[in-house]
Design a protein around this ligand. Structure first.
Ligand code: FAD
Length: 437
């Protein structure tokens, strides 16, 4: 894959026909330089441009080339770290304000889509988080209590309601979030970029930021053929920031996950899945999927710290689909692609000012379409002089993610979580059999 090519995804096959943008050449003076043309960089640049700031964004490959243009497309509140763990660690008030900021991220994405007036971005509403084990009689009360404590809109659904919509024996109860929706992420990224330019911002593709140095009260950001001088720099490079800021690059762990899109399946898909919202299961590294394009299934899943594409990716993904919906039978996977998520060891984003005028907006892990907008909002308000939002993220810090040792530890943790998931499912199946006999 060359620098200019998108991976061969369904999104790339159905994206809008934006032209390439030229690399940066020569010197530019601006208010804010942004590194990274994913959602973290794009939302930052757009929110700043909306406030009248001059912005210049550089992207190593193309707009939306990274995780932002190849994900599951689910937009919803919350963070990769569980809300219960955040309450335990930070106290209810702080956890509630963080959750509210993630809801603000959902609103920013929704408002942007409305303002951009593009019919090819929003693809469906609502999200179900389904459980593969029986959550017992206290599930509904527990879910309502947590929603109430967080100020969230999610609600419990019982197994009967879930099975009325999803024809599989795998699932029990679900949490339904009506605030969530799903989108064509690459078209959103391209539309945000076009809007930044319409507001006077500059975007350069094929432009890697390679170095950063302080120059008086400003920063000098170097690229291969040019440089940007600005009082503020936003680093939004996810897990692949490179040498521009080695400390921040080392604070994010790259974790691969995969998405597949089937051929057009026909009416048997609507018999199996009678729900037009997004679906994910609640295992530690579960499946996430949705119906797109009328009768195709977009299916995501698996995580690994080995970032190479597996040779039998299509067969793997097909097997995962049929393990939940065997009735789909002989389906063909038309597209399958990998993507890299950036995780900090604490599973929370890295958002804030790390040196005067140097901002980080990164590490959105498996949960980033709304969270990048939430982080960008916090960075934007920070650059405009209000520290209150980015300081919500301050307790998590930006420590080193452990390099290869961090990857090995994460992979081991993932395997043990997977084993626990399988054990939980087996144990519940056995209990159900014991009850039946
Ligand atoms: C397969 C997959 C499925 C996912 N599904 C979902 C989902 O359904 N819902 C959800 O909320 N989240 C999902 N996520 C996570 C979500 O996509 C990410 O959290 C989010 O897109 C991260 O955005 P970002 O801007 O931080 O990173 P990216 O989109 O990766 O963008 C970073 C960009 O910075 C560029 N860059 C890096 N360093 C430099 C440099 N030095 N100079 C110039 N450019 C540089 C890179 O080329 C890249 O384009 C998924 C992720 C993956 C991989």
């Amino acid at each position: 894959m060359g620098n200019g090519a998108y991976p061969a995804s369904w999104y790339a096959a159905t994206r809008d026909a934006s032209a390439d943008r030229p690399p940066l050449a020569g010197r530019t003076d601006t208010d804010v330089a942004v590194v990274g043309g994913g959602f973290a960089g794009l939302h930052s640049a757009r929110l700043l441009a909306l406030q009248g700031k001059r912005v210049t964004l550089v992207e190593r490959h193309r707009i939306g080339w990274g995780a932002s243009g190849r994900n599951g497309g689910f937009v919803g509140p919350g963070f990769a770290e569980r809300s219960g763990a955040l309450i335990d660690r930070l106290g209810l008030d702080h956890a509630r304000r963080l959750y509210a900021q993630s809801q603000r991220g959902v609103d920013i994405v929704r408002e942007a889509i409305d303002a951009l007036g593009r019919p090819d971005i929003h693809m469906g509403s609502g999200k179900l988080s389904v459980s593969r084990t029986d959550q017992g009689p206290g599930f509904a009360d527990r879910t309502r209590t947590l929603a109430d404590r967080l100020g969230a809109t999610f609600e419990p659904w019982d197994a009967g309601r879930v099975r009325g919509l999803l024809d599989t024996s795998r699932y029990h109860q679900a949490i339904h979030d009506p605030q969530s929706f799903h989108i064509h992420p690459l078209n959103l990224a391209l539309a945000l970029a076009a809007d930044i330019e319409a507001r006077g911002g500059a975007i350069h593709e094929g432009t890697e930021a390679t170095g950063l140095a302080r120059e008086g009260s400003a920063w000098r950001l170097r690229t291969r053929r040019g440089e940007i001088v600005a009082p503020h720099v936003v680093l939004a490079g996810n897990a692949d920031l490179g040498p521009v800021q080695p400390q921040m690059a080392g604070a994010v762990l790259p974790v691969a996950t995969y998405v597949a899109v089937t051929e057009k399946i026909g009416p048997k898909l609507a018999e199996a899945i009678r729900w037009s919202g997004a679906i994910s299961d609640t295992r530690r590294a579960g499946d996430y999927y949705r119906v797109i394009d009328g009768d195709r299934l977009l299916w995501g899943g698996r995580i690994t710290t080995d970032t190479r594409e597996p040779p039998r990716l299509r067969e793997m993904m097909r097997g995962d689909i049929l393990s939940v919906y065997p009735q789909l039978g002989d389906i063909r996977i038309e597209y399958a692609w990998p993507g890299i998520m950036g995780y900090a060891p604490h599973k929370m984003p890295q958002v804030g000012e790390i040196q005067p005028g140097l901002w980080i907006c990164s590490a959105f892990g498996g949960h980033g379409l709304a969270q990048t907008a939430a982080g960008a909002d916090a960075v934007t308000t920070g650059i405009l002089g209000d520290d209150s939002l980015w300081r919500l993220f301050e307790p998590f810090g930006t420590r080193w993610a452990g390099g290869p040792f961090g990857r090995a530890a994460t992979q081991l943790a993932y395997w043990s979580l997977q084993a626990r998931d399988r054990w939980d499912e087996k144990r519940h199946a056995k209990n159900a059999e014991t009850l039946r006999t």
